[in-house]
Design a protein around this ligand. Sequence first.
Ligand code: 5GP
Length: 219
Amino acid sequence: MSAKGTLYILSAPSGGGKSSLIAGLLERFNLDDKLRLSISHTTRDMRPGEVDGQSYFFVNEEEFKALIERGAFLEYAQVFDRYYGTSREVVQQWLDEGRDVLLDIDWQGARNIRAQMPGCVSIFIVPPSLEELRHRLEKRQRDTPEVIDQRMELAKREISHYREYDYVVVNDKYDNALVQLRGIILARRCLLEKQEEARHELFENLLAGYIDPESSTEA
Ligand code: 5GP
């Protein structure tokens, strides 16, 4: 059996560049097809350009609550007054297949997942400055100045949780941040315990017939 995959939590304040980095990881660094992005369910409205089933599964509050009842979520949280939830079954299936799974979730979800999945790895992506964050939010031309002010306050709230994460990536230059994220994922795949699980036969072959002199005792 192949080794289980690793669960990666990625959090960032709104405008931190997380979605583009995730897209970059999936498009440019997924040649072995081992990486998967979990698609959450949400009750928020679809934005222009979003596709149901690709960006999110868009459901109404009643449907979301029925999914909670059924235990369909590994975690769920209320963000900006809307519900967001991570599908339990899909994530578990991919991990069992040996794939690494990315969760794009907020700090509340991150806390919740850490408590349930001890082997998960959490990464916090921060903008290089508050000015740059505001600039990115303005450039998207999605929100009114009032909503941008609100998002800036919420961003600080999200950032205040950075110490709860295993890794921090500063998204100053896109390509640098992408390489750092890729580096974290590659290093985790080389961890001894992962390699022993994934390359069990290789080690058996490499050490076939070998008797460790230090372990043989004198008669
Ligand atoms: P947006 O509405 O801008 O796509 O996402 C708003 C926030 O909700 C982001 O911080 C995103 O990471 C978070 N989010 C998206 N899906 C989930 C989820 O399934 N669970 C939790 N806890 N947060 C989520």
